[in-house]
Write a protein that binds this ligand. Sequence first.
Ligand SMILES: [Zn+2]
Length: 150
Amino acid sequence: MDVFTPAQRSEIMSRIRSVGTVPEERLAELARVVLGGRRKLLRNAATVEGTPDIVVPSLRLCLFADGCFFHGCPSHCRMPSTNQEYWRQKIQRNQRRDRRVNRALRRQGYSVWRFWEHELKPAGVEAAAKRLRRALHRSVERAAEGAAQR
Ligand SMILES: [Zn+2]
């Protein structure tokens, strides 16, 4: 299930390249490919806690694209040479807010998946697409279980 056909792979690659370098744009494009237009997507859903980059309301699924610097990616976050204390505190605040938002959303019955900026670059995008597909499958199953219990 986690394997893409060559055609799907090349579609993913070309669409990711076409939307430029903004992580949120890449994640949205990836979500469009993986969802195949079958479900409604909300971008920057301000009515949902933490304003997720993407919400799939029918699956109660929230997706975030986290910048490697501002969200403190363990592999890529490098402190600038000046104002280090300022940046360190700012990034810590962002990370605390991310955790708080994750918890709040989960309490509200959402599943939350975060993608690093680096995962959405062309070199990593196939793995990101697989993760996204997994997120989707799990959310579909959860939605079905929820419906069965009602
Ligand atoms: Zn990174």
